[in-house]
Structures are given as C-alpha cells and as structure tokens.
Design a binder for this molecule. Sequence first.
Ligand code: AMP
Length: 557
Amino acid sequence: MTSYADRPWLGRYREGTSTGLSLDHGSMLDVFAATVARHGGRPAVRYFDGTLTFDDLDVRSDTLARHLLEQGFAPGDRLALYTQNDPAFLVGLLGTWKAGGTAVAINPMNKTRELTYLLTDSGAVALLCLDELWEDVARSVVEGGGTDVRIVLTASGTDDQSRDDERVLRVTMSQGATPEGTTALRDVLAQDARGDSPPLPPVSAGADDVAVLTYTSGTTGVPKGAMNTHGNIAFAAKTYRDWVDLDEDDVVLGIAPLFHITGIVGHIGVAFVTGATLVLTHRFVPEVMMDAVREHRPTFSIGAVTAFTALTGVPGSGPQDWSSFRVVYSGGAPIAPVMTERFDAATGRYLHNVYGLTETTSPCLAVPLGAKAPVDPDSGALSVGVPVFDTVVRITDDQGRDLPFGEVGEIVVDGPQVVPGYWNKPEETAENIPGGVLRTGDVGFMSPEGWFFLVDRKKDMINAAGYKVWPREVEDVLVSHDAVREVAVVGVPDEYRGETVKAFVSLTPGRSLTPEELIAWSRERMAAYKYPRSVEIIDELPKTTTGKILRRELRER
Ligand code: AMP
C-alpha cells in the first residue's frame, strides 16, 4: 500500500485527515448553499455573452423545484437531463436536488434506442431536454409510451446567452419556438419575476442520497446507472479543489461533457464547492471554445487529451492563449508521453494525468500539482498518478490478494468517492463493488515510489477519443441488419481517435452488402462515437469450440 508519509502535497487537504474512508462530506445542496452565502453575487457561469451569478442559479433552481413539485414530482423521483453544455443543465441539476430528486445524466449524442433504455431503466418521471433533441429523438420515445416520463421541459441552446452572438451560429443552436406539448424552461423561470413565490418546502438531501445516475457500460454491455451520491460528489469536488488548489478566483473551462462524471465533478462540482466561474460553450467546437478561452481567460480545466489536442490545433492559437491557465488535467483516456511534450510545446503548460471512473465519481489517482508523471522504462507508459486523499488503491491478483510493487494486477479502489452501487442492479453491484470496494477491471501496477501505471484497459472495451464503446452493444445493433449473420466488433489503433471501432461481419447466405452500406446503416442507429468506422466482410468468424467468437484473434489481425 502507498505510504503518504513523505508526500508533502497531502498536507493541503483542508477538511480531514486519513482517519477513515467514510468521512461525511455532506450534500451538494449544503455545499451550494454555502457558496451562495459567500459568493452569491459572483459569476457562476459564463455562456457566450451571458452571465449567471450563483444567486441567479439559486433563484432559478428554486423556481424549477417549485414547478416540479407542483407537477407532482416527489422526493426520490428522477429527472433526466438531455442537453448540451448549457446553463440549463446546472439549473436542472440543482432544481432536481432541491425537489428532493435524482438527476439522470444523458449523453446528447444518444439516439432513440439508447434514450429509451436510459429513461426506462432509470424510471425517470421528468425530462429536461433541448428542444431540437425533443423534436429529433425524445418526442417519439416519450409519446410512444413505455416510459414513466410525464413532465417535459424544453430549453433552447440560446437561452441565457444574453444577446445575439455570431459564435452561436457556429455551434448550431436552435432558436425555434417551444415544441408543442412541452413547457419551456424559460417560461417556468419567468415566474421568478412575480416575486411572490411561496417558499420551497425543506428538502433533506443527505450525503448518502443519490444525486446523479451516470450511466456506464458494463461487462454485459448493458449500461448501468452508477449511483453517485451527494457525499461522493462533494468529496470528489473537494478533492479537485484541494489537489489543484482552486478557489473563487479561478475560472474553469468546461471542456468535458456535463453528462459525464468528469463534467459533473470537475466542472460543476468544482464551481459549486469553490465559487469559481464555469465557462460553457454549448458544444465542443474547438474554434468557438478557443474564442471563449481568449475572452474569459480560464485558469483550470480537466478533460480528455483528445479535446486538448483539438484545442491546440486551432489555427492561429498559441502559448499566449494558454497563459491564463495555472493548471491543466487530463483524464479518461491514456496519454502517450509524447502527448504531454506536444501539449507543453503548444501551450507552455504541463498536462497532468488523472485517472478515474464513473464509479469513482471521477478522481482516484492523479499526478500531484506541480509534479511530473514518471514514464515506466519497460512499457513506456506514463504514470496516471498517486492515490488522491483518503483513497486506498491496490493492485490485486484474481483472488483479491495484494501484489508486490511492479507486478501487474487489477486496480482496486476504496474511498469516499466510490459509488455504493448500480441502480437496480444488485448482482452487478455485488460483483464489481463487493463490500463497497471497486474492482475497476483495469490492470496496472504500482512502482516502489507509489506511482500507478495502467497496463491495459478493461479487456474488450474500445476507447475512441475518450468515449467508451462496448463492442457487444454495437454488435447487437449490427446483427439486427437482416443481411448480417454474425459480427464481432473490436478496437483498432487510429491516428486521431487513439482507437476506433472496427466490425468483422459474415453475411446471411444469398445476401450481399457492402461495408459502406453497413456503415451508413449503423450510423443512423447509434451515437456518432459508436458506429464502426470500418467494416470487413469475411466468410466465417473465428470461434472457440464452444462457439464463442474470438475477438482477440480478430484484433490481432
Ligand atoms: P469512465 O467510466 O467513462 O470514466 O471510464 C473509465 C475508464 O477510462 C477507466 O476504467 C480506464 O480504462 C479509462 N481511464 C480513465 N482515466 C484514464 C487515464 N488517465 N489513462 C488511461 N485510461 C484512463
């Protein structure tokens, strides 16, 4: 186990000491209320030309909570958030918490099939979505029945951007009328103007209440809702605050998607816990985000290395644009050592590595502020860091026994950020989080100095530019094409995305299908990051004698 004794950076933790793993980090509502009390008039969000203060967020989320309760939303109910990186996401999150509910974070790239599953699995009774997502995807899902959704609020990407901004056009936001059959969030919020709203009934959100369901893919390929509690998020957000030394003067660039745990903790949580300002740009369009960098001068960000690479590639950008950044962290996907060198050359900033999962509510291993991650001389891997505060990370063998330094085994995590389980999935919880300790499914090793290195990721998971793709799910869709007999999906190296999705397919006898046709077909049926970028049609897929398709063999081709 790592010894903390000689690590001075650990002394910066303000709230506790390593006395135990179940410190009560409170509720995110208490965290937010404390920040409103201290920094209410300070900017919480910058969104194009618009600004919302913490007081604005507080009043708006009160109004939304009141509306939800009037509509029959009850404590413990779920509200699904299906938006881009918009202020509406924050208002929806806080409003849900204030009404005693749990938010369900949904990737706006998800299509009908995925949205249907997530709404059904979470049992969401309310949905807050962008109006174009309502028209394109959600309307048919909700109106088709089969979900419990009965409260629908829509928001426009142009809400809160303050005034016309030509950048808005570049990120393709809708500016249309409120879709029929839905209530516009802005109309609900306009009720603030009356100023005679009754006070909200008191809500008791405790540290152990589930704040957000964030969906992850699992070994069966069925997405599982990780139950990130208020205490998990409060701990994780405070971890970033103290690891990176953030306060109310910081400006956080919202480069990660808000539906992902990195966005929820590393952007929203950090702003709520410190009073820092969060810069949002609706979608990730590198040129638009670079404009926001130049205008708002961020001091901190955390996101996937591919996003930072895209940002440094904006023509005309250079180290002067990054001069306001005090520190940059990258997590969610492997960083090649050469990437930190390139980032440094482009920005004059060191890219700190951080490792975590949806189930660890973002951080569990991180490179200390100001330190440089060592590179393992044998494998050439860049270290993902050392355990964060109050967190025990072990390398274990198949029987769960600790392995000595340098030996490769499964990475196992115990700490206040580990979720108590998966929503309505007791078996998967018992298997992956036995006794509250997470078996990550990642393999790695620890150096004698306490640095952790990732050797390989979960056996078959594909990591395309930070997006996790589970092959089984893609295979299930592909095999539903009637000309497809059998299919196996694997990750193959890709210059830009790090890894990309490739499918090997055998056809139904007597049918013909070109790779291009199948790619176009699958593109319509799944999120853009999931569909196979290449398809190879072969006569027979290699199989074991028991009939299992050998993905490994295909990958090695
Ligand atoms: P997610 O639950 O989507 O956040 O994905 C978690 C997975 O991303 C981990 O199990 C790792 O396989 C991978 N991952 C996260 N952080 C890193 C990192 N810094 N380097 C390499 N892989 C990472």
